[in-house]
Design a protein around this ligand. Structure first.
Ligand code: ATR
Length: 283
């Protein structure tokens, strides 16, 4: 029998998850397994979840716009999905479908991989944005022990809701106009907004107040070097692009479905970069 896994989203045509998981399936010699795209319109989500196992799927990834709706539809979750009220990974267990969330794991694993000397506990972290992606990043940074999380967002109420929903004890909201104060003395700057993504407006931040030892990262990875990372590199700051978050968040799901822990390698990164039309990895 074929073990099938899929990624559920709407639209889903551009998801790179099949490329990543099928690379690992092949590399690790897993027989009779395949990872597919499954386009699911919002009105079909409940029905899809109900039939997932009958259709032969042993698990799934979940992407935009379904992460919160899948959380609401499933009966079982791991602690992190429960905390975030969002699911990006579905695993079949003896009790039925279980929702998990590996986005925060992917975020932290990317930093550990690409900036091994950086430590979360050394100083304040600044996070731009307070949307869905920001929740996973904020919880991960909190769990990693950041002494202070400064959340800069256009809409204050959204940042305050994030702080209270995740019960963040060491987080503070900063207005966009107070960016300089937020950046002062910070150890990390992370962009979780869609600003800087191809086709979106640029993110315009003056990085001068950041200390020389700060790490700058972006969860946007198209383009690979966003305007923020370019500006940070020009100042000599350590930079980590967002592609690794996509690659690392896939690891725990694959291990849960197939029983083997895959590795994020240069070869995998090159494969995804080639799919993005980038043949030379300058990092
Ligand atoms: P995602 O799930 O990808 O995080 P989201 O939940 O829509 O997407 O969140 C988008 C984030 O980008 C929010 O923090 C949003 O700020 P608001 O809370 O004020 O809406 C931020 N964002 C999007 N466009 C923006 C813009 N033009 N200027 C400033 N922030 C912006």
């Amino acid at each position: 029998m074929i073990s099938k896994v899929c990624v559920i989203g709407w639209p889903i045509a551009h998801s790179r998850s099949p490329l990543i998981h099928n690379f690992w399936i092949h590399q690790l010699g897993i027989n009779n397994a395949v990872y597919e795209r499954l386009p699911v319109a919002p009105q079909d989500l409940t029905d899809t979840l109900r039939h997932l196992r009958d259709w032969g799927f042993i698990g799934a990834n979940v992407t935009v716009p379904h992460k919160e709706a899948v959380y609401a539809s499933l009966m079982r979750h791991d602690a992190l999905a429960h905390r975030l009220k969002a699911v990006n990974t579905i695993v079949t267990t003896v009790h039925g479908l279980e929702g998990r969330n590996t986005d925060g794991y992917g975020f932290m694993a990317n930093l550990t991989d690409r900036a091994p000397r950086w430590r979360a506990t050394t100083g304040p972290a600044v996070m731009l944005g307070a949307g869905g992606a920001a929740r996973a990043v904020a919880a991960a940074l909190d769990d990693a022990g950041v002494p202070e999380l400064r959340i800069v967002n256009r809409t204050g109420a959204k940042a305050e809701a994030l702080i209270s929903d995740l019960a963040l004890k060491r987080a503070k909201f900063f207005h966009w106009d107070d960016m300089a104060a937020a950046l002062s003395g910070a150890n990390l700057l992370v962009n979780t907004t869609s600003l800087g993504m191809s086709g979106e407006s640029e993110l315009d931040v003056d990085l001068a107040p950041l200390p020389a030892g700060a790490l700058v990262t972006d969860i946007v990875y198209t383009p690979l070097e966003t305007g923020l990372l370019k500006a940070a590199r020009a100042r000599g700051l350590t930079c980590v692009d967002g592609l690794g978050m996509l690659l690392h968040q896939a690891v725990p799901g694959f291990e849960a479905w197939f029983g083997k822990r895959p590795r994020v390698t240069k070869e995998l990164r090159a494969l995804v970069l080639a799919d993005m039309g980038i043949t030379e990895d300058k990092t």
